[in-house]
Structure formats: C-alpha cells, structure tokens
Design a protein around this ligand. Structure first.
Ligand code: HEC
Ligand code: HEC
Length: 183
C-alpha cells in the first residue's frame, strides 16, 4: 500500500516531464561569470546575497552603475576598495552599458500546445524576420534560453511577434538549432 502513495506523485511528476520545459515562469536572463580581474571582485563581493544574472536587467552608463552600486548596497555594508570598484564599474558599463539591451523584466513565457513544423517555421521566419535582415538563425546554435533572449532582443528592436509565437519559435529553434542536436 505504501508504494502506491509513493508512486502516485512520481507518475504525476513523470507525466509533467513530457511537457516542454518552457513553462509559465518569467524568463530569466543568464549571465556568465566573466574572466579576468573582475571575476574575483565579483566572487569576493557580489555573490553572497544574489546571483549575477540580474545585472542583465539593466543597461546603464558608468554613473548609473555607480548609483545602483551605492544606493541599495552601501547601506547593506557592501563597500569595495577603490581599485575593485573601478574594475567592477568597467565591466558593468562595458557589458551592460547603454548600447546593450536590458533583458525585459516582465516577460512571462506562455505555455504552448502547438508546435511549428519545419515548413511552418520557415514561412514564419520569412514573414517576420526578413523585414530587417536576411535569415541569420542558421548561423547559430543556442539552447532555449539563448534563443528566447535573442528573439526578445529582436522584438525590442521592432520585430512584430506575439509572446505565443515567440515561444513556438523558441521551441522550434531549440529543437533544430539547439546546442545538443538530435540529428
Ligand atoms: C548584502 C547583500 C548584497 C550584496 C553582497 C550585493 N547585493 Fe546587489 N542587491 C542586494 C539587494 C537587497 C538588492 C535589491 C535592492 C532593491 O530591490 O532595492 C540588490 C540589487 C542589485 C542589482 C539590481 C537587481 C535587479 O533585479 O534590478 C544589481 C545589478 C546588483 N544588486 C549588483 C550587485 C553587485 C555587482 C554586487 C557586488 C558589488 C552586489 N550586488 C552585492 C543585495 C546585495
Ligand atoms: C525590426 C528589425 C528586425 C527584425 C524584424 C528582426 N531583426 Fe534580427 N537584428 C536586427 C538588428 C538591428 C540586429 C543587430 C544589428 C545587426 O547585426 O544587423 C539584428 C541581429 C540579429 C541576429 C544576430 C546576428 C549575428 O549574426 O550575430 C540574429 C541571429 C537575428 N537578428 C535574428 C532574428 C530573428 C530570428 C528574427 C525574427 C524573430 C529577427 N532577427 C527579426 C533587427 C531586426
């Protein structure tokens, strides 16, 4: 009898695994820990309370980054030496400067129940993505999160694409141009 109680939730869990992983939760940016001197500055001072992905929500100049470091952080006792602060501000304003596109904070990936076939995806790409430039997706491989960030970036630049179609495209791109291709 005990086993039935155990298997119940497990099979529900397994069934849920067949649902594609792009769920209801808000899409998150993914920031890689940089190399070089700033790596240790971040590891020493910045990862105790929160991760580094949140940096990508911002696109600020050096003064903006300095303010963001000062305002919520100094009162919490996060103070850097002059040298470390310089290294950090260089990295932040170079990587997440005013030229970059801040990751949209409130994008909630809708769950999809329909999936693009290859011809449908091609037609869609031709219609939506060639408005500004030739098709470039075949030069890249990314996982779903990477493709989502790219397509959201294109939407920020003016591509007309609904959240549902973003997710259909992301699912298809991760399927045929993923980092771990089946073919
Ligand atoms: C003592 C804990 C603590 C440490 C250490 C810390 N932070 Fe924070 N950080 C916070 C808190 C709390 C917030 C949220 C402040 C708010 O919402 O007003 C925050 C917010 C941020 C944000 C904005 C996040 C967002 O979602 O917009 C960035 C960027 C950031 N921190 C970068 C850093 C960097 C870079 C360092 C290293 C110098 C650092 N943090 C170290 C506590 C910390
Ligand atoms: C409103 C204009 C516009 C639309 C529509 C558009 N893009 Fe872009 N795309 C850009 C701009 C601007 C850049 C960056 C500058 C550049 O590389 O030309 C870019 C860059 C890219 C890059 C990076 C190029 C590289 O090799 O690094 C890819 C990939 C890409 N777009 C894919 C897409 C996809 C997929 C779509 C359809 C969902 C799309 N774009 C729709 C304007 C657009």
């Amino acid at each position: 009898m005990k086993w039935m109680y155990l298997y119940g939730p497990v099979s529900v869990l397994l069934a849920a695994l067949h649902v594609p992983a792009y769920g209801q939760s808000a899409a998150r940016p993914q920031v890689e820990l940089p190399q070089g001197a700033v790596r240790n500055v971040i590891l020493r001072n910045c990862v105790a309370c929160h991760g580094i992905d949140d940096y990508a929500f911002h696109a600020l100049d050096r003064a903006g980054w300095k303010q963001l470091m000062d305002v919520p952080h100094k009162q919490r006792g996060v103070t850097l030496s002059g040298r470390d602060e310089k290294v950090l501000l260089n990295y932040l304003s170079d990587t997440f400067g005013t030229e970059s596109i801040p990751f949209p904070r409130n994008y909630i990936a809708p769950a999809i129940s329909e999936f693009f076939t290859n011809p449908e995806a091609r037609v869609f790409l031709e219609r939506v993505c060639t408005e500004c430039h030739e098709l470039r997706v075949f030069a890249h491989r990314k996982d779903a999160a990477g493709w989502r960030a790219l397509v959201l970036d294109m939407r920020e630049r003016g591509a007309k694409i609904s959240a549902l179609n973003i997710e259909k495209l992301v699912e298809w791109l991760a399927r045929v141009r993923g980092t771990n291709p089946v073919e």
